[in-house]
Design a protein around this ligand. Structure first.
Ligand code: F1P
Length: 358
């Protein structure tokens, strides 16, 4: 009987992934106490459109936050990488009239994010809010106001709990902006109920990864889940140096499905609104021979039948309030795939914790 190695449990990345439920509860409590959402929104109370900005994981967070913002407030919102603000300013100036910006950066030091905040606020006179996990950062110095989610900061290189904690913070702010106190409560219920589920989920994903050998990875999601699909792909790339792609679920039919082999792992983030159409894609890709992983709030018989692994969150709250929990299986997939390849997710190949440009 092989002795199951538990060395990975000592890695910072693993501890940070497992800490998320508790950290989310602490972050939400701080948001309730510090009234940042209320003060920030008082300064931006006229009907606005929103631009969410970030780089790498923080760009995919911006993507999920922008769709959450519109779904919760009805106000238009979109996400762009920091580099686009710098390289094509005219694209932002064209919509600057009633625009508010949110610039996201765990470190608060990423050059493209800091320079984008400067360009938005100083050159385009766009009210700019910073969201970071770092105290007294260069980003904070460039923004009108900044939410510091330092409870969620990480020692490790890759972003896991910082991603989910800043996401639920922005969802909380959107709900406060919309006067939707019930959604804020839903986030608290989600965090409390999901916290004890993360460890069993980790054990389940560890067994699944150990029982399979994949050549490439695909992550699929629509609406707020598309940002998660992009982040899931990046987690597997960063932690396991594997080939990984993301698409809008129904887009995968339009050509990319050509790559499917029995060693392709396809993770579907299944939404309630789009489930019928998304399940058709799931069934089709299973037919083509791929290995299918379904992450959803509720799994019906069709999902069970067409999936090699089903992660059903089954939390008693609105699906959007469960958004952050949906990414945890992919964080764990990246982590255990990297460990299984003999890599150390705490020190990913070729990466630095922050990209600082000259
Ligand atoms: C952004 C980022 C991370 C990536 C790596 C390099 O960091 O691109 O997403 O995983 O750590 O930096 P930040 O701007 O959120 O600090």
């Amino acid at each position: 009987m092989a002795i199951k190695s538990t060395a990975h449990a000592k890695l910072e990345t693993y501890k940070e992934i497992l800490s998320q439920g508790d950290v989310w509860q602490a972050v939400l409590e701080e948001l309730k106490q510090n009234k940042f959402a209320e003060s920030m929104l008082r300064a931006n109370n006229r009907k606005a459109s929103w631009l969410f900005v970030g780089c790498g994981t923080s760009f995919y967070l911006a993507d999920a936050a922008a769709t959450s913002w519109t779904l919760l407030t009805g106000e238009p919102a979109r996400a762009v990488p920091g580099s686009e603000i710098l390289m094509y300013p005219v694209l932002t100036r064209s919509e600057a009239a009633n625009l508010h910006a949110v610039v996201i950066s765990r470190s608060g030091r990423t050059s493209e994010a800091v320079r984008a905040a400067h360009a938005l606020r100083k050159e385009m006179q766009i009210p700019t809010i910073g969201v970071t996990c770092a105290e007294k950062s260069e980003l904070e110095a460039e923004c009108d106001s900044t939410l510091v989610v330092n409870t969620a900061d990480e020692k490790s290189m890759v972003m896991t709990r910082s991603f989910t904690s800043m996401l639920i913070s922005l969802q909380y702010m959107a709900a406060r902006h919309a006067g939707n106190a019930e959604f804020c409560t839903s986030l608290e219920v989600m965090a409390a109920q999901f916290a004890p589920r993360i460890r069993p989920l980790a054990d389940q994903m560890e067994v699944f990864v150990a029982g399979n050998s994949f050549e490439d990875y695909v992550f699929l999601g629509q609406g707020p889940f598309h940002g998660l699909a992009r982040e899931g792909a990046l987690k597997v790339m960063e932690m396991s140096c594997s080939y990984s792609q993301s698409f809008h679920t129904l887009e995968f039919r339009h050509g990319p499905k050509a790559i499917i082999t029995p060693r392709t792992a396809l993770t579907f983030f299944l939404s309630q609104p789009g489930q019928e159409s998304e399940i058709e894609v799931l069934e089709e890709m299973k037919e083509l021979g791929g290995v299918t992983i379904a992450v959803c709030s509720r799994a019906n018989d069709k999902i069970q039948k067409a999936s090699d692994l089903v992660i059903e969150l089954n939390l008693p709250v609105d699906e959007l309030a469960q958004l952050a929990a949906h990414i945890v299986p992919s964080q764990l997939m990246g982590f255990f795939t990297g460990v299984g390849k003999g890599l150390n997710p705490d020190q990913p190949k070729n990466l630095t914790r922050v990209v600082v440009l000259d």
